[in-house]
Design a protein around this ligand. Structure first.
Ligand code: GLU
Length: 474
């Protein structure tokens, strides 16, 4: 086994280790805990695709970690580093993630072992269609079976090739649109899905920063305003998390991407940084950076209040954990801390907001998208105008009774909720409720050392009780 494989194998093992730490605080039998922990289905396959005049054999995976709820749900990633252990770990995290935010899906994850940036669109389309065909043949995709979504290296365009291929296999499935989420808006997607994970990260951090007692413990005041934030990764998740924090008054003092890292204690103008990077191809061309480093990971060690790893797994490890200055780490990526780093940072008193809670915004809005597809009607369509008319009547009555006119902004807000309003409020409610539930377990269960273990306890309890209610074992 290469050292690379060892590192990745430890990713799945680390999920198992975290599970075991939490399992001892639950009341389920050893056998049921084993069932909750293990990966139910692991598919590994190779398929040929004609690229550039020759055949290329591509390796694909789909893991359904749990079937305690169906469909199984989770992203599809395109990356050269994809391998079975990684996909198993990510699928397991999906199970616990869905359970923490009370989204009724089993966990799954898929992977195709390619560097998507090296292929033209035409080849990516062929690979995606061929991968989907494999899933169709194996009955491993469908609105009630297993529903992929975007992840690292994939996007809405790839999701639309998946639906189209699925439909050609199952032309009579009237719910075909729900076979995948994270679709483009013209393909049955939902408003607000693109920014959902980043917005969820924002809601989660905002909630954590509201708790006076917890902030005091780590030497911070409450609120987001003026908090110094370092963000690793300006992809969809990282960019949106940074954007919402910045708009709420945080200072984005550090930005890390694969070409390097930049720092300014006064904070950057996020949109200008993004523009400069787009125009010049590198963060290192941002002129108001006080510190620049071509070694991007050095930026993780710079001074800040909140560090948000929003790229890949295992970026904070035994080798750099001790150098981390942040007081809060918001895990926007899946598995950004190795177990060794977790222990070191725990001992240092760093507050870690775990991935399986913090980045659950994506799958939460995927759930809304799936529901909307199954309902065959847009959220808000039936009641929006009815509510709007009622609100206006109430306002009019209030104005008549008081003899005063309401302010213009009150009048403007008297509209009924439509798709985006419903998605945003559903996401906000989900993230707030889940944080409170996790924190409550953390503060009220003697011995529970951190929010990660608390989140696992919440997840295991929810899954265990689902099994209990089903009474399903032969
Ligand atoms: N890939 C995202 C995740 O890891 C979203 C999964 C989904 O929406 O199914 O949470």
């Amino acid at each position: 086994m290469s050292s690379d494989q060892k590192e990745v194998a430890s990713f799945f093992q680390s999920v198992e280790r975290n599970f075991d730490k939490a399992a001892k605080y639950t009341e389920f039998t050893k056998g049921l805990l084993e069932e909750i922990k293990s990966c139910n289905t692991v598919l590994q396959f190779k398929f040929p695709v004609r690229i550039g005049g020759d055949i290329e054999v591509i390796e694909g995976f789909r893991v359904q970690h749990s079937h305690h709820e169906t469909p199984a749900k989770g992203g599809l990633r395109y990356s050269e580093n994809v391998n079975q252990d990684e996909v198993m770990a990510l699928a397991a995290l999906m199970t616990f993630k869905c359970a923490v935010v009370d989204v009724p899906f089993g966990g799954a994850k898929g992977g195709v072992k390619i560097d998507a940036r090296k292929y033209p669109a035409e080849s990516l389309e062929k690979i995606t269609r061929r991968y989907t065909a494999e899933l169709c043949k194996k009955n491993a995709i469908g609105p009630g079976v297993d529903v992929p979504a975007p992840d690292y290296g994939t996007d809405a365009r790839i999701m639309s090739w998946i639906i189209d291929t699925y439909r050609s296999y199952f032309p009579k499935d009237i719910n075909a649109l729900a076979c995948v989420t994270g679709k483009g808006l013209t393909q049955g997607g939902i408003k607000g899905r693109k920014e959902a994970t980043g917005l969820g990260v924002f809601f989660g951090i905002r909630e954590a920063c509201k708790m006076e007692e917890d902030m005091k413990k780590i030497g911070l005041t409450t609120g987001i305003k003026d908090k110094k934030v370092i963000i690793q990764g300006l992809g969809n998740v990282g960019y949106h998390a940074a954007k919402y924090l910045w708009e709420a008054g945080a200072k984005i003092v550090g930005i890390l991407e694969y070409e390097g890292a930049i720092y300014n204690p006064e904070g950057f103008n996020l949109e200008e940084v993004v523009r400069t990077r787009q125009e010049t191809g590198s963060l290192l061309n941002v002129t108001d950076a006080i510190i620049k480093n071509e070694n991007s990971s050095k930026g993780l060690e710079w001074d800040c209040d909140i560090l948000i790893p929003a790229a890949l797994e295992s970026v904070i490890h035994k080798g750099n954990a001790d150098q981390i200055k942040a007081k809060i780490i918001g895990e926007a990526a899946n598995g950004p801390l190795t177990p060794e780093a977790d222990e070191i940072l725990d001992k240092k008193g760093v507050m870690i907001i775990p991935d399986m809670y913090l980045n659950a915004g994506g799958v939460t809005v995927s759930y809304f998208e799936w529901l909307q597809n199954l309902n065959h009607i847009q959220f808000g369509r039936l009641e929006k105008r009815f509510n709007q008319n009622k609100y206006r009547e109430i306002l009019k009555a209030a104005e008549t009774l008081s003899g005063k006119k309401a302010e213009a902004n009150v009048r403007e807000n008297m509209h009924g909720a439509d798709e985006i309003d419903i998605v945003r409020s559903g996401l906000e409610e989900t993230m707030i409720q889940a944080y409170r539930e996790v924190r409550n377990v953390y503060v009220s269960t003697p011995g529970v050392e951190n929010l990660r273990t608390a989140a696992f306890i919440v997840a295991i309890n929810r899954i265990g009780h689902t099994y209990g209610e089903l009474g399903i074992f032969p």
